[in-house]
Structures are given as C-alpha cells and as structure tokens.
Design a protein around this ligand. Structure first.
Ligand code: FAD
Length: 420
C-alpha cells in the first residue's frame, strides 16, 4: 500500500475546501483535497452573502456591521472573531484582499457593503458579492429592466417574475425601477440550451424595436460569463443573469472556477469513495482512502474538514421512530452532533424569520476553528472544521452562507501557518 505525506489534507471540494486549499497552496504548502462529489456550493446562486438580515430588524442590512451585535453568541462569526466586530472586519478584509482573482475578477462587490439583486423567484436579496455576469442586475434607482425568457423554459417565467418583482420593489421601498418582460420564440430545448447566439441576438433586437430598456435580465443558462459578455457586445446593452436555484449554472461555475484555481496552484484533487480516519488520542494520524478500487494511505501535519452540512454529506441524520428522536452525526469522525425531538423538527416553520433548528445544526468549534464538545473542550488537535458543517447559524434566513465559509477558512489557514 502506497503512503503519501503532505502538509495539509482537506476533505471536501465545496467553497470551504477549495478556498482553504488555494490559500495554503499559494503560500507554498503541499495540499491534497479528497472529495466524494459536489455539495451545496454547486447548488448555490453563486453570490457571496456575508450577512443580509438580522434577527432583530425587519429591514435588510446595508452591511454586516449593522447586524453583528444582534447575532447570538454561538454564531460562528461571534466565535471566530471572539465577539469583536473589528476582528471580523479584519478577517474578511484579509481573506478578500488575499484572493483578488476571486473577489476582484470573478466576483463583483465589496465585503463591507450589501447590494440588492432580484432573483428568479421575483424576490429581492441582499448580498455582498455577485458574479460579474449579474452585476447589471443590481438594483439602481431610475432604471428600466426587461426580463427575457424562453417560451418552453417553464422554470423561468418572465411574466411571473415581473409581477412578483413589482410587489417586492414596493416592499423594499424602491419606486422608480420599471419592469417589463418578453419571451423569445426560440425553443430552449433543455435547461442549458445549445441555441445559437445569433438567433438569440436577432430575436432580442426585434423585441427592442418595441420595448425600451436599460438592462436585460436573463436566466443563468449560459455556460460561461464570456457568452453573456458576447451577447452584451452584440446588442450594445447591459445584460445580467438572475440568481436562481439548482440546477443552476452560476453555482456550478463558482465551484469549477475554484477547482481550476486550486489546480493552478498545484493542489491535488483525489476522488474518495470512502475514507477511514485513524485517531490516536486527540490527533488524526492517517487516512485510509478507497479511490477507484484501490486503498491509499495519506498522512499530513494538518487536516481540514470541509464536508458541508446535511446537503454536502458532512452531517447525517438518523431517525429513531420508537424514541421519537433524530440523531445527527458528523460523518467522517463519527462524532454525535445533536439529538433532537422529531416532533420539534417537523413542527417548526422552515421559513420562520428566526431560522430553523435543522439549519442551525452543525459541529461546535472554538475561535481557532477546532472541534469542541459542549463544555468547550478541544476534541481533535490537528483538524480544523470549516464551512457549512459548523452549527449555530441559519444561512437561509441570515444570508450568510459563503461569508461563514470565508471567515472559518481564513481562521483555519492562519492557525495552520501560525503552527508552522
Ligand atoms: C440552494 C442553495 C442556495 C444557496 N445560495 C447561496 C447564496 O446565494 N449565497 C451564499 O452565500 N450561500 C448560499 N448558499 C449556502 C452556501 O452554498 C453554502 O453555505 C456553502 O456552499 C457551503 O460550502 P461548503 O464547502 O461548506 O460545503 P459543500 O459545498 O456542501 O461541500 C461539501 C464537500 O464535502 C464533500 N464530502 C462530504 N462528505 C465527504 C466524505 N465523507 N468524503 C469525501 N468528501 C466528502 C462533498 O462531496 C463536497 O465536495 C446556498 C445553499 C443552497 C443549498
């Protein structure tokens, strides 16, 4: 059996695993990423939310700084910044400044300031960074927007979106944005159509003869941001993709962008059908990995667990119908995370403004992103837990998903550098 030794092994290739690998590899570390598949990152709308809502205020936050004090003490932002807003600000600043390829080129925005962007549902969402192909969809006063869909692409209904958006604009107290809609005659054939750009461009040109607009909003169906730019150039008008749901190009695009960047910095990515972790005392000593019918052994000085939540596969839920209890376990090391009454879980409103119990479930960490028990005792010395596997927050309600990923990753990689 061959044995490979590297500086850091990362498990998971969602945003948390890949960002960790990029920061470490850029500083010269030998890094290996093990993964089963894609997780929540590929399903996301591809926008980087830092903090969009507070539990104590009804309106949206123009910056994460406005909602920080209202966060509960078990929130990862509070834990990782040790209750100090300035510390959170410097973590975000350093993390974004140190990855310009992502935050200045692939994304558009600023960690200190939220913008409002319409979604495929006709709702409006606050976020800190959008992909550059969505930049023109950011709501600005006094604009005309034209939503364009395909007749046979039922998931994107421009008429419905326009109708919903008009209501949402009133709720957000924005009065001088005018929304119109139109359909292309072209058959989209699949969700990710292979329609010729010439056909799309010529159809839009004939629509524009009758409808005035500053911006055209499209479903995010194009393979690359370059395609969006090409249409924009042909029409000489601003085009923007609307954030959407799975299966969605922008989430997959974000995941692929990070995979390419990781590979560019020399990170090795290895598919793992199964991983067995050897623990000695409070240290991980070895991983045994089943990959393409071979068992491989890997060792590292440090390990980063970025396996995600229930969606990513980092957590598992077992229901015991006799006791009426749902058991939530961490899948890699097998730690029990929480036991919850099934009745409590199912009774709660998923869209409650206070969040949902299930969304908040995850591992407990300390301020260096290490796993701890209920009493704060460190359980594993050489492993860091980053991303959505961490509990204590509800990204859905707060709009904080990739923000928590970023902050936990930056803390973990800095702990690793400190220990070198
Ligand atoms: C529909 C949807 C929309 C969202 N939209 C947004 C948004 O617009 N903005 C935002 O900021 N956040 C959004 N979020 C939240 C955000 O996507 C997540 O918080 C974030 O992507 C989590 O990243 P992660 O790397 O921690 O986990 P994941 O992306 O889930 O990655 C987990 C990885 O671990 C791997 N893995 C798991 N178990 C194992 C194992 N045993 N062995 C090997 N590999 C393993 C998986 O295969 C995967 O590669 C959204 C989430 C969803 C579901």
């Amino acid at each position: 059996m061959s044995e490979t030794i590297v500086d850091t092994i990362i498990i998971g290739i969602g945003a948390a695993g890949l960002l960790s690998s990029i920061y470490l590899a850029r500083k010269g570390q030998k890094v290996l990423c093990l993964f089963k598949g894609l997780g929540a990152t590929a399903m996301s709308s591809g926008c980087f939310d830092i903090l969009g809502y507070s539990y104590k205020r009804s309106d949206w936050l123009s910056s994460f700084t406005e909602g920080y004090n209202d966060l509960p003490s078990e929130h990862p932002y509070k834990i990782l910044s040790e209750g100090d807003l300035h510390q959170l600000d410097s973590i975000l600043k350093e993390a974004t400044v140190n990855l310009g390829e992502l935050f200045d080129k692939f994304l558009y925005g600023n960690y200190t300031k939220n913008v409002l962007i319409p979604t495929i549902f006709g709702t409006i969402k606050p976020t800190a960074y959008v992909q550059v192909s969505m930049k023109n969809a950011i709501l600005r006063e006094d604009t005309d927007m034209l939503i364009i869909g395909f007749r046979d692409f039922y998931e994107f209904n421009p008429r419905l979106i326009a109708h919903m958006l008009k209501t949402a604009l009133k709720v957000f107290d924005i009065c001088n944005i005018r929304i119109n809609y139109a359909y292309l005659k072209t058959q989209s054939s699949t969700t990710f159509p292979k329609i010729s750009l010439e056909t799309i461009v010529s159809e839009i040109k004939s629509i524009l003869k009758h409808k005035r607009t500053d911006i055209i909003l499209f479903p995010a169906i194009f393979d690359s941001i370059e395609t969006v730019k090409k249409i924009e150039k042909e029409l000489n008008i601003h085009i923007a993709e609307l954030p959407s749901t799975p299966a969605y190009r922008a989430g997959i695009r974000l995941n692929s962008f990070l995979v390419n960047l990781a590979e560019k910095y020399g990170v090795s990515l290895i598919h793992a059908d199964d991983i067995k972790v050897d623990l000695e005392g409070r240290r991980i000593t070895r991983l045994r990995v089943l990959s393409h019918n071979r068992i491989l052994e890997y060792k590292a000085h440090n390990y980063i667990i970025a396996t995600g939540d229930l969606l990513g596969g980092g957590l598992e839920l077992y229901t015991d119908l006799i006791s009426g209890v749902a058991h939530i376990k961490e899948t890699l090391l097998g730690f029990e995370v929480e036991n919850v009454s099934i009745e409590n879980l199912t009774k709660q409103d998923f869209f409650s403004r206070n969040g949902h119990k299930l969304s908040r479930i995850g591992v407990r960490i300390n301020n260096s992103a290490r796993l701890v028990d209920k009493n704060g005792k460190e359980l594993v010395k050489n492993a860091y837990f980053v991303g959505s596997i961490i509990g204590g927050y509800d990204y859905n309600v707060e709009k904080s998903g990739l923000g928590v990923v970023l902050v936990s990753v930056w803390k973990a990689v800095n702990e690793i550098f400190r220990g070198e």
